[in-house]
Design a protein around this ligand. Structure first.
Ligand code: GLV
Ligand code: MN
Ligand code: MN
Length: 420
């Protein structure tokens, strides 16, 4: 089919909007935009405006997801189904301006190009801007996309953020409707697929001088909380040999986890938070909690690594005479991308004259939730120096334009895949 062109106007807007959206942030370096905050609501306003100007009808669902619809060609009949395309608007603390945002802005650019060409498709194009993927505020990820997939457990609504605010209260205050979570869900029967473009967040495409890559699957990822209990005491009087310092024990545990991960191919482990109690300069730490983010390509490798880490941590606890326990508080099973969606994206990449470089994603993405209701496919976009979750995250405008062309071809040629 004749490709849909991307005009200079659409390209300029695509690039400039990353800057504009990035200005909606908590103060500080990089971008900090969290679920159900005033920044979230400001982002909705801006994105909604761009969606409506592009000709979409918009709505904000009960979980704070923004959805813009480019309606199907009326000739397709009243029962047209939808293809979902987008990503998330939220960020990690002090994150970059492309992670999530790029997927949403590319989707809007595609609709703008379709609108400029006067093209309606045989299906609705629903541009989704998920309210939370990172899980920064509440520790549980994919809040928005799990709500849209109808797999968000009601129990998480009672989780509290660091300031003690329950998720359901934050949502109500933001004008969302936690009591109507079920209304967010798309029915599988009305959902043809979900496609997302995302910054690679790694160095491979840059090393191979390629603008885009095809995602094959997403790693298994879990989050654990370890609690170490020692004995607090006076920093000036307790002899070193008699201390049961929870923080020095936790430090040894963190290194033990790192050691286990380093010994296993494709396992990655990160301790990103540590809380020390009582947290005073002249008091031996009595208790420490730390988080562990553990990822692997599949479940056997992930659970084997966890088991080895727990054995190593318990050994440290015995040696240092402290107590330790752990609990899992979040888990995302990995997934493979749908075969037909992959093939369709591969055809679109080839049609742009590019080789199809397949990549596995160590990072989590909204597709993990969406695959419960639809075939999923993902495209990666080259990332400068592989830097992500950092203010220096950067994607070149030319690469985003290539990604937009691939997505446009994908949409224009899309034939509903059959689910495996
Ligand atoms: C989200 O970006 C994650 O993989 O943690
Ligand atoms: Mn991220
Ligand atoms: Mn992301």
């Amino acid at each position: 089919m004749r490709p849909v062109e991307l005009s200079e106007r659409v390209i300029r807007a695509l690039v400039g909007r990353h800057e504009e959206l990035a200005r909606i942030s908590e103060p500080g370096p990089g971008v900090t935009r969290l679920f159900a905050t005033s920044e979230h609501l400001q982002a909705i306003e801006l994105l909604r405006d761009w969606m409506q100007t592009a000709g979409m009808t918009t709505r904000v669902d009960a979980a704070g997801n923004l959805v813009g619809r480019w309606a199907a060609d009326p000739a397709a009949g009243g029962n047209a189904k939808a293809i979902l395309i987008g990503s998330h608007h939220d960020t990690v603390r002090q994150g970059g301006r492309y992670d999530g945002a790029m997927g949403v802005l590319l989707a809007i650019a595609c609709v703008e190009a379709l609108a400029a060409a006067g093209r309606r498709l045989d299906f609705h194009v629903d541009v989704v801007c998920f309210s939370d993927e990172e899980g920064t505020r509440y520790g549980t990820s994919l809040i928005g996309s799990r709500a849209i997939a109808g797999v968000l457990e009601e129990a998480v609504l009672d989780w509290k953020d660091a300031g003690g605010v329950r998720m359901r209260d934050a949502m109500s205050r933001a004008g969302f409707a936690p009591e109507r979570l079920a209304t967010c869900a798309y029915r599988p029967a009305e959902t043809l697929g979900y496609v997302e473009a995302h910054i690679e967040q790694g160095p491979v495409l840059e090393q191979e001088n390629l603008p885009v890559g095809l995602v094959t699957g997403i790693a298994v990822g879990s989050r654990y909380r370890f609690t170490v209990e020692g004995v607090p005491g006076h920093a000036g009087t307790v002899p070193m040999a008699q201390r049961r310092d929870a923080l020095t024990a936790a430090a040894a545990m963190v290194l033990a986890c790192e050691h286990v991960a380093r010994e296993r191919a494709e396992v990655v482990a990160t301790v990103g938070r540590l809380e020390v109690s009582p947290g005073a300069t002249n008091v031996i730490p009595g208790a420490v909690t730390f988080t562990l983010d553990l990822r692997a390509p599949d479940e056997p490798r992930q659970s084997a690594a966890l088991e080895a880490m727990v054995i190593a941590v318990e050994r440290v606890a015995r040696e240092r005479m402290v107590a330790v326990r752990h609990e899992a508080y979040y888990r995302a099973d990995g997934c493979e991308m749908d075969t037909a969606m992959r093939a369709a994206l591969a055809r679109a990449i080839e049609a742009e004259g590019l080789p199809v470089r397949e990549l596995f994603s160590g990072a989590g993405h909204d597709a993990l939730a969406l695959r419960h209701i639809a075939p999923v496919g993902m495209l990666f976009v080259r990332c400068r120096d592989g830097i992500s979750h950092h203010p220096d995250e950067h994607a070149e405008p030319a690469d985003m334009v290539t990604a937009a062309r691939v997505l446009l071809r994908f949409l224009a040629d899309f034939a509903p895949p059959t689910r495996a």
